[in-house]
Write a protein that binds this ligand. Structure first.
Ligand SMILES: [Zn+2]
Ligand SMILES: [Zn+2]
Length: 333
C-alpha cells in the first residue's frame, strides 16, 4: 500500500513524512482491516511528527481520525461485516485490566495503544484496529465530514462535559481550530453562549459565522465573566488570561495533549474555587455518545482536503494557522 512514514521527528517545514510503499497491514485476532478513505489531521499529529511527544514507534504512520470501510476480518472478529463504514480514533486499545479501566476510566489506562503514535495510523491506504475500538459512522456524515469528528470532535465533547457547561452558561474557547469549530455547535445545542479568544481574523470570523456571541484576540478579555473556558491552543501563556476571565467557581479545561510551560500563577486567579483540569484521551463511551449527538444536531464540519501524498503540506498549513476548520487527508488519491 501507499503510506506516509515518519522515520524520525523533525520540524514539519522539513517535510519529514515520506510518501512511499509500505507492507499492507494484516488484521490480527479480533481486529479489522480498514481501507482508509479519509484521515483527519489533528494538532497531536504535529506533536508526534515534530517530537513534542517522544517517539514510541519508528517508522510510524501518523493519523488518528480514520474513516474507511472494513475490508477484511481478523480471526474471531464478528462485530462488522466487510463493507461497513467505520471510524478509528486515537484510543487504539486499552488493557481492560488496570485499575483505571476497571473503574470505567479507560482514557487513563496504564497500558494503552494510540493510533498513529504507538501503532500505525491512517495516513495510508489501509489500517488495522481492534473491532471493539472501532466506531460505526452515522449516515448523516460524508467521509470527509466525519473524519474531524473522531478526535477534534470527541475530545471537544469530553472537554465540554468536563467544563460542566449547560443551558444559559457562558463559555470561552481559547484557540478556534478543528475542535472548537465542532464544540461550538454542541455548546449551542446545549443552550450555552460561546466566546472565542483566538489569534487570526479568519478564525474569529469562523467563530462568529458559527454563532459565537463575541470573538477577539487570544489573550483579549471577553466582555462577560465566564462559567467555563476551554483552552484548545497548545499555549500555556493563555492559562492566566483564561483564569482571569472566569467567574467565582468557574472551570478551566485544558484540552490538548501537549502545552507549552504555564507561567507562574497569582493565587487570586484560582482562589474562589476556580478549577483547572486537563483532558486526557477519551473513553469509547465518550466517542459513541458524541457521534450520536453530532448526528442529531447535525454537526457540520468545515474541511480542507489534501491528497495522501501531500500530508506534509497539510501539517505545514495547520502549523501556520492557515486551516479554517479542519484539515483532512484524502487517502483515495
Ligand atoms: Zn487499562
Ligand atoms: Zn487528535
Amino acid at each position: 500500500m501507499k503510506a506516509c512514514l515518519l522515520h524520525a521527528p523533525a520540524p514539519v517545514e522539513r517535510n519529514p513524512l515520506v510518501f512511499t510503499d509500505a507492507p499492507d497491514p494484516r488484521p490480527g485476532r479480533g481486529e479489522v482491516l480498514v481501507r482508509v478513505r479519509m484521515c483527519g489531521v489533528c494538532r497531536t499529529d504535529l506533536h508526534v511528527v515534530e517530537g513534542e511527544l517522544p517517539p514510541r514507534k519508528s517508522p510510524v504512520i501518523p493519523g488518528h481520525q480514520i474513516v474507511g470501510v472494513v475490508e477484511k476480518l481478523g480471526e474471531g472478529a464478528e462485530r462488522f461485516r466487510p463493507g461497513a463504514r467505520v471510524g478509528i480514533a486515537w484510543l487504539h486499545r486499552t488493557d481492560q485490566t488496570c485499575e483505571y479501566c476497571r473503574a470505567g476510566k479507560e482514557n487513563l489506562c496504564d497500558d494503552p495503544s494510540f493510533t498513529g503514535y504507538t501503532v500505525d495510523g491512517g495516513f495510508a491506504e489501509y489500517a488495522v484496529a481492534p473491532e471493539d475500538f472501532v466506531y460505526p459512522i452515522p449516515e448523516a456524515f460524508s467521509d470527509e465530514q466525519a473524519a474531524p469528528l473522531l478526535c477534534a470532535g470527541i475530545i471537544g465533547f469530553r472537554s465540554l462535559r468536563l467544563s460542566g457547561i449547560g443551558r444559559g452558561g457562558r463559555l470561552a474557547f481559547y484557540g478556534f481550530g478543528a475542535a472548537a469549530h465542532v464544540a461550538i455547535q454542541v455548546a449551542h445545542h446545549w443552550g450555552a453562549e460561546v466566546y472565542a479568544c483566538t489569534r487570526g481574523v479568519k478564525h474569529q470570523q469562523l467563530a462568529l459565522q458559527l454563532g459565537a456571541a463575541w470573538a477577539g484576540e487570544a489573550s483579549a478579555e471577553p466582555p462577560e465573566k465566564l462559567d467555563a473556558a476551554i483552552i484548545f491552543a497548545p499555549a500555556g501563556e493563555l492559562v492566566p488570561p483564561a483564569l482571569r476571565a472566569l467567574k467565582k467557581g468557574g472551570v478551566l479545561v485544558l484540552g490538548g495533549i501537549h502545552m507549552s510551560t504555564i507561567p507562574a500563577l497569582d493565587y487570586n486567579w484560582v482562589y474562589q474555587e476556580r478549577v483547572i483540569r486537563s483532558v486526557a484521551n477519551n473513553t469509547r463511551q465518550d466517542g459513541e455518545e458524541f457521534l450520536r449527538v453530532a448526528a442529531e444536531i447535525p454537526v457540520r464540519t468545515q474541511v480542507t482536503l489534501f491528497p495522501l501524498r501531500e500530508a506534509n503540506r497539510a501539517l505545514n498549513e495547520l502549523k501556520g494557522d492557515r486551516i479554517n476548520g479542519a484539515a483532512v487527508v484524502d487517502c483515495t488519491r
